[in-house]
Design a protein around this ligand. Structure first.
Ligand code: MN
Length: 353
């Protein structure tokens, strides 16, 4: 009886809102999953890509990852993974490094890995429009792509995926948990997204979790993850009153602001006074002729941090953030910025907000 834990989109190393606390949160969520896998005595953790936020995780991110992978190995639990768009490199992948250390298996599309007699194929993220899943007769396929069933711009058709012959398709890339049961050639096929493990974007409002899947019976159970509190204030609520009467200490406060009755500055100020970790305003008000309101959060002295925080407030697309990262990375010589940016654009032809 092979039970596996399906996770993905852990985005370790994401310094969300320019905060070290958030960076630590993403690593903590991964270690929580490791503990869960041990408690559940699963045969394997299947990671469907975007283990890291980008191609260049820091030493503390790698340390936490190695600690997690070692703890799995000590418990006799396999870590089977594929490469997502966020961490994908041109040459050797981080996953290959972990495989070399005996801590992971990089699943392949040309030959399956056998887990208790069940063949498991993997397909790394591909930026090509025409994706042909391998034939996975009676087994498991792990991939990191956007299905047309969740996004009209999705590059992979659900209908086409069903024909790969797998009994289970375990997916990453889309950050919400989804599950479809389809029939093909008189077999049931389970296609599922596990969802991200920490809130990577403000609109990821539902609770985060992972899936425990029994590959013999097809049963899927969700397990809840304890993640950073996000406190949402709707556009039809009074943000000042809500902040004054709610426990927001340590939380990320997200305010949808539709009324000109309040200023961004006063909401931010109150949120921080109440001990919020971060205050994020989604300004839904109609743009006016007046210049944009200045924000409280201006710090001088550390220009790099100031720029990072200013950019973090911009709701930039992942692609824009990656571009910024390449341009500001002191380890990339100026002469390499051009080819690095070109390579990034070639790879990331699709942009998700
Ligand atoms: Mn992702």
């Amino acid at each position: 009886m092979a039970r596996v834990l399906h996770t993905g989109d852990t985005h370790i190393g994401f310094r969300q809102y320019g905060l070290e606390e958030r960076r630590a949160d993403f690593a903590k969520a991964f270690l929580q999953i490791v503990q869960l896998a041990r408690d559940e005595s699963v045969a394997a953790v299947i990671h469907a890509g975007d283990l890291f936020e980008d191609r260049t995780p820091g030493a503390e991110d790698l340390l936490a990852t190695l600690q997690g992978l070692s703890a799995l190995k000590d418990a006799g639990i396999r870590f089977l993974g594929i490469v997502g768009n966020h961490e994908q490199r041109r040459g050797v992948q981080w996953l290959d490094l972990f495989a070399e250390l005996g801590l992971a298996v990089h699943l392949r599309s040309d030959r399956p890995f056998e887990l208790e007699g069940i063949p498991i194929w993997g397909l790394d993220f591909s930026g090509r429009r025409e994706i042909t899943p391998p034939l996975c007769e009676g087994g498991v396929l792990v991939c990191h792509q956007l299905l047309d069933a969740v996004d009209i711009d999705g590059e992979l058709a659900l209908e086409k995926l069903v024909r790969c012959g797998a009994r289970f398709v375990l997916m990453g890339d889309y950050h919400e948990y989804r599950e479809w049961r389809e029939r093909y050639n008189n077999h049931e096929i389970l296609i599922t997204y596990c969802g991200s493990t920490e809130r990577w974007a403000l609109d990821e409002t539902s609770p985060r979790g992972v899936s425990i899947i029994d590959l013999s019976t097809g049963r899927l159970d969700r397990r809840h993850l304890e993640t950073r509190a996000f406190f949402y204030i709707r556009a039809d609520e009074d943000p000042i009153q809500r902040l004054e009467t709610s426990p927001v200490h340590g939380a990320v406060v997200v305010v949808y602001l539709a009324s000109p009755q309040w200023t961004i500055a006063e909401i931010e100020k109150l949120g921080y006074e109440r001990g919020a970790l971060a205050v994020r305003i989604r300004d839904l008000r109609a743009p006016t002729e007046s210049p944009p309101e200045p924000s409280l959060e201006l710090e001088f002295g550390d220009i790099e941090r100031t720029v990072t925080e200013a950019l973090a407030r911009k709701n930039l697309s992942p692609l824009a953030r990656e571009l910024d990262q390449i341009i500001r990375d002191l380890q990339i010589p100026d002469s390499n910025v051009d080819p690095e940016v070109t390579a990034l654009l070639e790879r990331a032809w699709r942009v998700k907000a």
